[in-house]
Design a protein around this ligand. Structure first.
Ligand SMILES: Nc1nc2c(c(=O)[nH]1)N[C@H]1C(S)=C(S)[C@@H](COP(=O)(O)OP(=O)(O)OC[C@H]3O[C@@H](n4cnc5c(=O)[nH]c(N)nc54)[C@H](O)[C@@H]3O)O[C@H]1N2
Ligand SMILES: Nc1nc2c(c(=O)[nH]1)N[C@H]1C(S)=C(S)[C@@H](COP(=O)(O)OP(=O)(O)OC[C@H]3O[C@@H](n4cnc5c(=O)[nH]c(N)nc54)[C@H](O)[C@@H]3O)O[C@H]1N2
Ligand SMILES: [Mo]
Length: 713
């Protein structure tokens, strides 16, 4: 028998120890995960975390990030009180103030700018945090500004666009019923590890796996039957090469193509130029492998393509490349078929759970009729997404846009999120008024006039939805630390200070969620009473084929190889209705660039122990990879005379950073990988804010030109 003291030290729950197990979620990463957490709590402190076994999505697993939760929520730079800036912007001189003083100052600052420049001159911006977004968007519109934007401007939205213009809806792979999994830029173990379990199960039942990546990844080693190592940003050419082979060998689904697609003849004629030899030259993939992969994918169906491949969008030709890839779904009849790609209904907070809610009506209420900043530059973005394209925000603040942005209300702004960090910092410096809410005293917060402390998911209750029709309402497992509040409390409490009325938002988060859930058979009360995840009464299992049978939501009612939604932008913005392939440096203005900067820089491939700007300061996570990951190939290292661990400089026209070399066999000659988010070695400071995908406006995090050299001591 353990003594009481031993039990407490071993963190064993029980009435005698005073340790309780409380249920929450980890929201460190994107809402497509949010794994269940059992928090062991004593005296208002989290002692340890474990995965929740009965959770309908994560089934007890937690990744490195979730396992870091305790160190994350107790990070030493957690904000303790509201702060007011007393030194120059960025100098980090801030003094504690009360919430009352903070609210008054925020209201005074925002209303002053509104009065002088108009409500749209105040931009609202949400960083990676998603849980508060519907309320923040509504808050921005209540204020009278149309300018709400977020990290969606650089994340998966570009892929959703490609799906919408092709098929009229968003869709996801049905790995559970597939025979072949085509993992195209599949981060698997690091970015979407639940998919890895599904892919492993597919292999166990005799299925096949094809992976296409620029680097040799753990997935390539553990899961691939065929692995194609490709040059960065050349994926569109490979996809068209597959298409040509599939068509000429009779591997396509003729019935599907004839009945349900539009523009096939034009597409077929276009892909003729992508013969194996040409494709091999562009992509670096051997000809035989191109043939083997196309054949396996097209003849061993049903086959599906991974959903998380967001980095494909981070190239100048990103959206077109992805459209070329996703077109293979239609060519092989793997769209809206069990084991292929299945249409998905957005449920809540960027998550599709198999039932609709009133989220859109809630967040879009009171939307002012006015052009957003940057409108006209990326017309597809303007047409398909309700937010401003945040990539244009620094430009707009610096006066380069169509009307001035003078104040910024940010919820979690990371100054290294956008390309060209120096430009972002210059923009923050130029603001008349800046308020930032965050958990931590970030570099951005140090530029803010007022900083408001918010709490973590352990300190609040929130709605989560999961595939299979599940929903749950979490409870705070500890009280908010220090004086922090939730973002939504802040929006609703600020309304009267700003002289605004919103009867729903004023009542707080639960009332908003009840409104959003109306018609689903769920309510905050019923979810709370259930104490865990429950199935929504309205959730129905999707019957494959029903979307196609009812006519797709495209102009032709069919899958469009020729996307008619783009026709109207061909003359004005050179957007092509076919998924045409161009080089990822087709926008080079100066031909000398390729000579001066001969390497290709990829920033931000995901690694298990960091998420963007946030886990670098968590000691346990940091200890797994203490210095920034800067990877080069063995042959480049040899040519440059660099040994393992020696410092190298990476330079672009934007800037220069230095880090120890990680020489590896995983990366190909000519390529450089630098993981983003490190303060002292900032990958984003190397990137240009003008090198953008003209379809989506997305930055080219994965392909910039750079120069390498051995660093002087
Ligand atoms: N170079 C390079 N840059 C990139 C990428 C890349 O691959 N390479 N990836 C891009 C992509 S895909 C994305 S999605 C973005 C990520 O976007 P970022 O916004 O850069 O992500 P984070 O650094 O995780 O979070 C931003 C801030 O939000 C705060 N935060 C977290 N939760 C909350 C909350 O609930 N409320 C509030 N108010 N704040 C919160 C965090 O403390 C942090 O300071 O970065 C993009 N930038
Ligand atoms: N641990 C961790 N997980 C995360 C995040 C994080 O910061 N850390 N961020 C989250 C967010 S916001 C996002 S957007 C997702 C992103 O998730 P992913 O899109 O999966 O991200 P990556 O790991 O950058 O890319 C996946 C794979 O694509 C390969 N790749 C890169 N460029 C190319 C290319 O041009 N062609 C091909 N074929 N392959 C290429 C990379 O080598 C990598 O193996 O991850 C999410 N999950
Ligand atoms: Mo992202």
């Amino acid at each position: 028998m353990l003594t009481l003291e031993q039990k407490i030290r071993a963190k064993i729950p029980g009435a005698d120890t005073g340790i309780e197990i409380k249920k929450t979620v980890c929201d460190i990463c994107a809402p497509d995960h949010h794994c269940g957490i059992d928090a062991y709590v004593k005296d208002g402190k989290v002692l340890k975390v474990e995965g929740t076994r009965e959770h309908p999505y994560s089934h007890g697993s937690l990744c490195t990030k979730g396992l870091c939760s305790r160190e994350y929520i107790y990070r030493s730079d957690r904000l303790r009180t509201p702060l007011r800036r007393v030194g120059p912007r960025g100098a980090g001189r801030l003094e504690p103030i009360t919430w009352e003083e903070a609210y008054r100052a925020v209201a005074e600052g925002l209303n002053r700018v509104k009065k002088t420049y108009g409500p749209h001159s105040v931009a609202f911006f949400a960083g990676h945090g998603k849980w508060f977004r519907p309320m923040m968007q509504r808050f921005a519109y209540d204020f009278g500004s149309v300018n709400f934007g977020s990290d969606c401007s650089v994340c998966n939205v570009s892929l959703i666009f490609a799906r919408i213009i092709s098929a009229g809806c968003n869709y996801s792979p049905d790995i559970a019923h597939a025979n072949t999994f085509l993992g195209w830029a599949f981060g698997g173990y690091y970015s979407s590890y639940h998919d890895v379990q599904e892919v492993a199960a597919l292999k166990e039942r005799g299925g096949k796996v094809i992976l296409i990546d620029t680097r040799v990844t753990p997935a390539a080693k553990n899961l691939a039957d065929l692995f194609l190592q490709i040059k960065p940003g050349t994926d569109g050419a490979l996809a068209h090469g597959f298409a040509k082979l599939i068509i000429e060998n009779g591997w396509m689904d003729r019935d599907f193509v004839e009945q349900h697609t539009f523009g096939f003849e034009e597409y077929k004629a276009y892909v003729q130029q992508f013969d194996r030899k040409t494709v091999s030259k562009i992509t670096g993939v051997p000809e035989e492998l191109i043939y083997e992969a196309a054949k396996l994918y097209a003849t061993n169906g049903p086959a599906c393509i991974n959903e998380v491949c967001f980095n494909l969008a981070h190239n100048y030709n990103g959206q077109q490349n992805y459209r070329a890839i996703t077109g293979l779904n239609a060519l092989t009849g793997n769209f809206d078929r069990a084991g292929g790609a299945l249409p998905a209904v957005g449920t809540y907070n960027m998550r599709s759970a198999g039932f609709p809610t009133r989220e859109g009506a809630f967040s879009g209420a009171n939307r002012p009729e006015h052009p957003r900043i940057g409108e006209g530059r990326f017309p597809l973005w303007d047409m398909l997404w309700g937010e401003y394209q945040a990539v244009t925000l620094p430009e707009q603040i610096l006066g380069g846009g169509d009307y001035p942005i003078k104040a910024l209300f940010a919820a979690g702004l990371n100054v290294r999120m956008l390309p060209d960090t120096n430009k972002t910092l210059r923009a923050l410096e130029a603001l008349d008024f800046f308020v930032d809410t965050d958990l931590f005293l970030t570099d951005a917060a140090q530029y803010a006039d007022i900083v408001l402390p918010v709490c973590s998911s352990f300190e609040r209750g929130e709605l989560k939805v999961y595939p299979g029709g599940y929903a749950m309402m979490t409870e705070p497992v500890i009280p908010p630390l220090y004086q922090s509040k939730t973002d939504v409390e802040i929006f609703s409490e600020l309304l009267p200070y700003l002289g605004l009325k919103d009867e729903l938002l004023e009542q707080g988060y639960d009332a908003c969620i009840d409104w959003i859930l109306e018609g689903t058979g769920l309510s905050v009360e019923s979810l709370r009473a259930a104490g865990g995840a429950v199935k929504a009464p309205v959730a129905r299992e999707y019957i494959p084929g029903s979307y196609v049978a009812g006519g797709m939501k495209t102009p032709s009612g069919k899958w469009e190889f020729h996307a008619q939604m783009l026709d109207r932008f061909t003359q004005s913005h050179h957007l092509e209705p076919l998924a045409t392939y161009v080089d990822c440096f087709a926008d080079d203005r100066d031909p000398a660039l390729a000579e001066d900067y001969p390497y290709i820089l990829t920033t931000g491939t995901r690694v298990p122990n960091t998420i963007h700007s946030r886990l670098h300061q968590v000691p346990w996570a940091r200890s797994l990879r203490p210095s920034p990951l800067l990877e080069i190939s063995r042959s480049d290292a040899q040519e440059l005379g660099i040994a393992q661990g020696e410092p190298i400089e990476v330079e672009t026209p934007q800037g220069r950073v230095c880090a120890p070399a990680k020489i590896s066999g995983k990366i190909q000659k000519g390529n450089v990988l630098l993981v983003h988010g490190y303060g002292a070695c900032d990958a984003s400071s190397l990137l240009s804010s003008d090198h953008l995908d003209p379809y989506s406006g997305f930055p080219c995090y994965r392909s910039s030109r750079c120069m390498l050299r051995k660093a002087e001591e």
